[in-house]
Design a protein. Structure first.
Length: 486
């Protein structure tokens, strides 16, 4: 891998402000050697957009900072986690690591990732603004899974989910882009009547099942949960895992007894059934098969992520005009608790590992490079070349990203929890309905669901060392957003 030479500025630790400079001597270690920083990442798409974009940023950084080598370490997405585990086991993690938030938080708790709170609260020399303020509201919290203070990871970019569609079919049938669920279902009905497949639903892909689940869950019941002070215990705008666990363990959430929660779940399944009606053969479609249906023009809609922008929107081999719109929201006609729903945006996070402690000046160099990368000029080029959703304010980006950015509450996982070994889970039943199976819930089903989520809660408590005695760790949970107002 080509190494790129770069130099870092001196650091004013007494002021807590990280300042850039062009003093080469200040950026080399005591032995006069160049600082070497490895930056590992996986390519989100089938091309090399990420590596290409980062390579250009390295080259521009080299001109101003010739005393630091930044070595890109691209990896295949399929083997990345195994590779990282191996590097961690031999104490040789790359100095800068792209990974999922929970993985990096786990590494931090194990001492393998460093705290950068002082840097986040200091000034970015490339913007002359406090670094923390550069990030779009909520993305720093999301980069820490809403469960530890935002002082370890930075959100390099976001990913989102939207509905890709065939514009030619829409024009042919005189359809308009739907603004809500009912309009979307009406379009599906018209498409089916015309002899076409409305939705290519990749039912064999667990993530795709969860995207649909969360969209519907947020519209059906989230507003009820947030307004319930026995569930949303601190009254913020997020129903955290710790709150879920306490609600289950104390019996505040017991679907065998609470008829309102049963009604919520059954309404959620009714809407799932509506979607399944226009998604033929979902159980037999893996990701590749569903995308083939869409790309061939046989299916009109495909619910997928921003990582598919290049393959589905920028593909010159498609013989129709593709487009994308936000997943349609539920309204009060669909559920009395419908609101703005949940955002499916996820952040892809970067952290600085403890490997920087092996070289004098490496920590400061890594921080400075990430500050440079997240400054608007470099960052705009990065997101536009990689087709990733920005996590930084004040950048000029492709308007196509708008379809993938939802203004909803943070993700809630209640219908996505359960231990199948203990009984039927919410997800088991959801999947059956999503695949077109007729399901009528009984008291026995609800008992099994409760047993499965109880078993999940017990495992979560054991793993995270929380229980009634320490109030389920709620004192350590950050307050997310604002006080929830019904």
């Amino acid at each position: 891998m080509k190494k790129i030479v770069a130099c870092i500025c001196a650091l004013s630790l007494t002021m807590g402000i990280f300042a850039g400079c062009k003093d080469k001597a200040a950026n080399s270690n005591a032995n006069g050697d160049k600082i070497n920083l490895r930056f590992s990442f996986w390519e989100p798409s089938t091309g090399k957009e990420m590596e290409t974009a980062l390579r250009k940023i390295e080259e521009s950084y080299e001109k101003a900072h010739p005393d630091v080598n930044i070595e890109l370490v691209p990896q295949a997405a399929s083997g990345y986690q195994d590779w990282i585990k191996t590097q961690m086991s031999v104490d040789d993690l790359p100095e800068i690591e792209l990974n999922y938030a929970p993985t990096l938080i786990g590494q931090y708790q194990a001492g393998a990732v460093i705290n950068i709170k002082d840097a986040l609260e200091g000034e970015n020399p490339y913007t002359k603004k406090i670094w923390r303020d550069s990030f779009i509201d909520g993305t720093l919290d999301a980069a820490h899974e809403y469960r530890i203070a935002p002082e370890v990871n930075i959100p390099l970019f976001q990913t989102g989910v939207a509905m890709y569609y065939n514009k030619d079919t829409y024009k042919e049938l005189g359809l308009k882009v739907p603004k809500n669920w009912d309009e979307f279902i009406a379009n599906c009905k018209a498409i089916e009547k015309a002899g076409k497949i409305p939705n290519a639903f990749m039912g064999q892909k667990k993530d795709a099942i969860r995207w649909l689940s969360r969209e519907l869950m947020g519209g059906v019941a989230l507003e009820r949960w947030l307004a319930d002070d026995t569930l949303n215990l601190n009254g913020d705008s997020y129903f955290s895992k710790n709150e879920v666990v306490k609600a289950i363990d104390t019996g505040a959430y017991d679907i065998t007894k609470n008829k309102e929660h049963q009604e919520d779940f059954e309404r959620y399944l009714e809407l799932t059934k509506e979607y399944a009606k226009y998604s033929p053969n979902a159980s037999g479609l893996d990701e590749a098969s569903a995308k083939t249906l869409f790309l061939s023009g046989k299916a009109t809609h495909l619910n997928s992520g921003s990582w598919d922008i290049v393959g589905l929107l920028k593909n010159d081999e498609i013989n129709f005009e593709p487009g994308v719109f936000r997943f349609p929201l539920l309204t009060k006609k669909n559920s009395e608790f419908a609101g703005k729903g949940m955002t499916l945006n996820a952040v892809q996070t970067v952290a600085i590992t403890s490997s920087v402690n092996k070289q004098e000046g490496a920590k400061e160099a890594a921080i400075d490079f990430l500050m440079y990368l997240t400054a608007p000029e470099q960052y705009s080029a990065f997101v536009n070349e990689t087709y990733q959703i920005p996590s930084i304010n004040d950048v000029d980006v492709d308007p196509i990203f708008d379809a993938f950015i939802e203004d909803g509450y943070p993700l809630v996982i209640l219908y996505n929890v359960g231990d199948s070994a203990a009984g039927k889970t919410f997800e088991d039943i959801f999947s059956e309905v999503a695949f077109g199976k007729s399901v009528k819930l009984t008291d026995k089903d609800y008992k099994e669901i409760q047993e499965s989520i109880k078993a999940w809660a017990v495992k979560y408590m054991e793993t995270n060392k929380i229980n009634a005695e320490n109030d389920y760790g709620l004192a350590d949970m950050p307050f997310i957003g604002e006080n929830y107002k019904k």
